[in-house]
Design a protein. Sequence first.
Length: 179
Amino acid sequence: MRTPSSERGFTLIESMAAMAVVMIGALGIGALFSVGVRMNGDARRMTRATAIAQDLVNSIALWPYQDNVGGTPLANVSAGNDADIGDNAFAFQWTADPLASGLADHGEADLAALGPLWTGIPAAELGQDYQRFWNVAYADTNGNGVNDVAQIAVVVRWRQGGGWRRIVLLAAKLNPGGT
């Protein structure tokens, strides 16, 4: 006959400790799942914003180079943003109206003004989720007094939390008459 002290097995305390370890692991997996879902949503919004920005860059490539003529979609409206046309200071993320504050040269109204020349993604498809802007700065790269290139930064932003997230695509349009 066996004595009670020689029996082997788990005590209640050992079982509870094992269950606590399993519970901590399950909570960790649940937290990872939550982070993964959030990151997937962020990636989806960023991919959409990139597609909107690329659509605008492709359209700008088709517009004529007009060397900073006022009223055109490639006019440098606000020279104050020329030093940071690509928004390296992240100002688009906190500014309510980039056009009024001089951060952006052009916005949605300028696309609407193009009428049938604008063949990109319509504003109605952007809804309230996305906003698009672009900045233009001209440069005379060879010092002959003629602007050789229009530097263009397309900014697409979307609401997130108390501010905005944004992506920026940079492009250049060469002056066909530049020498």
